[in-house]
Design a protein around this ligand. Structure first.
Ligand SMILES: [Zn+2]
Length: 473
């Protein structure tokens, strides 16, 4: 970027955990509910109420810790972080402070020409504040549905060396969290939020004066804000100026950062241990249980797909980082020989046939196994296999039941058989026939589908349709 200037970036990430209920009460944790309906005395901050820790949020934090190779602290504690703000009715936020749930993690990321290991300093469980909505009439509306939703705060060391690295780390981190089903990480909904600290130094082994950047609401904003801030700091240093330790707010519309508060003005939060919550002690059995139930992680899957099945890195990554896709692929590839073809169906062929309301999980693994087996044993060609997948997704025609049946039936479906099946279906589907005769001709497709089902997906649909229309007249 600039010779002789070395930026160092640290990220502070907050993710909303997808638990059923809030962190310290039984209120529902759901997005989009009518404002101030998922509330109770605990999350409204009434005096005298007692918080009670949601164990699900601890489990999710531990899953994240394991995925990031972090050290789990068997003893951790909650603190009160005191400050006043309208969206914080208690006057303090319950968070973990010096005694985190986990620390010292790592995540490998792939940059343009090397693999870098990003160090995670600590992970804290904490509660979300209420949502304040600023209206155009200069009013502030408060929605306490968000108050008390569990957050996981993940803080990296200031070891990231460029905005591109920050982006690579954030994308992989998000993919991992989604894979673990801990959060959907939708940034527009605030489910993933990023703050950053950044410094520039002339000495690569030293950190410069740290500036904090707030309000980075998209990956694009992270990238632009970091680039802007690095340029600003280098420009200041080049002109003999000094960097002031401060917090700056990123303005996405103007494309610039501006000072929010100086260090001298920084808040004294008067942290002290939360007296209403016990120390969190995790026993081995609890941790072992989480370990046993961890899925194989995307990096391991990726490596396996490339090494054992010979998938391209692009295809392997596409499947390995998608929970649903990788589960289908793993289940099918155990029973098949040509995993490259299966990977191609899942990532290229099927998505091409899928309509908006369809999902890859609409097809079951056994169907794909049968299809691959009929291909590798020479019963059908690659093009026929694609045709069968197209018919399944576009017309709902089932995948043939067995290979021999497929070959046998293909040659044995006579016109008489088609006529017979049509007669049977017309006799069975009196409702549909009536609808058709009363002018609702769109039901023809449904009747046709019934015929194809009886024929186990075989038979010529055009011929079948002709017979159907003739008989319906
Ligand atoms: Zn509540």
């Amino acid at each position: 970027m600039h010779k002789n200037y070395y930026p160092k970036i640290g990220l502070e990430i907050h993710i909303q955990l997808k638990t059923n209920t809030k962190l310290f009460c039984g209120c529902k944790n759901e997005y989009g509910a009518i404002p101030n309906t998922n509330v109770c005395p605990v999350c409204l901050g009434y005096p005298g109420v007692l918080p009670s820790l949601n164990i699900e949020s601890v489990k999710m934090a531990l899953k994240t810790a394991l995925a990031l190779n972090a050290k789990i602290n068997t003893k951790s504690r909650f603190y009160r972080k005191n400050y006043f703000y309208p969206d914080l009715p208690k006057g303090y936020q319950i968070t973990q402070y010096s005694e985190s749930i986990a620390e010292n993690g790592t995540m490998k990321i792939l940059t343009e020409n090397s693999v870098r290991e990003i160090t995670i300093e600590r992970m804290n469980i904490e509660e979300e504040a209420a949502r304040s909505i600023h209206t155009q009439q200069d009013e502030v509306l408060l929605d306490f549905n968000r108050s008390g939703i569990p957050l996981l705060e993940v803080v990296t060391e200031p070891c990231i060396e460029s905005p591109a690295e920050a982006k690579a780390f954030l994308e992989k981190f998000r993919d991992y969290i989604r894979f673990l089903k801990i959060s959907d990480c939708n940034m527009e909904r605030g489910e993933l939020r990023v703050d950053s600290n950044i410094s520039v130094s002339r000495d690569p082994s030293e950190l410069g004066v740290k500036v904090e950047l707030k309000n980075l609401n998209s990956f694009k904003a992270v990238n632009e804000a970091l680039n802007y801030e690095i340029e600003r700091q280098i420009r200041t240093l080049k002109h003999g100026g000094k960097i002031v330790r401060e917090t700056r707010l990123w303005d996405e519309y103007k494309g610039e950062s501006r000072p929010m508060r100086k260090k001298e003005e920084s808040m004294d939060y008067r942290y002290f241990p939360e007296p209403d919550l016990p120390v969190v002690i995790l026993n081995d059995e609890f941790i072992e249980d989480i370990k046993r139930n961890m899925p194989e992680l995307p990096d391991t899957k990726f490596e396996r797909y490339v090494r054992i099945y010979g998938l391209s890195t692009e295809q392997a990554r596409l499947i390995a980082f998608d929970r649903e896709l990788s589960e289908i692929f793993d289940s099918v590839s155990k029973k098949t020989k040509d995993q490259k073809t299966v990977a191609n169906w899942l990532t290229v062929v099927i998505p091409g046939y899928m309509r908006e309301n369809q999902s890859i999980t609409d097809i079951n693994c056994e169907d794909l196994v049968r299809l691959e087996q009929s291909l590798t044993s020479g019963f059908i060609t690659h093009n026929q296999a694609k045709e069968i997948l197209a018919r399944f997704f576009e017309k709902g025609i089932p995948i043939p039941i067995s290979l021999t049946e497929f070959e046998h039936l293909q040659s044995s479906v006579t016109d008489e058989m088609l006529e017979k099946v049509v007669d049977e279906v017309l006799a069975e589907q009196k409702d549909l026939v009536e609808k058709y005769l009363s002018g609702k001709t769109s039901v023809l497709q449904a009747i046709l589908g019934q015929c194809m089902r009886k024929l186990k997906g075989l038979g010529d649909p055009i011929k079948l349709k002709e017979i159907l229309e003739r008989k319906l007249k």
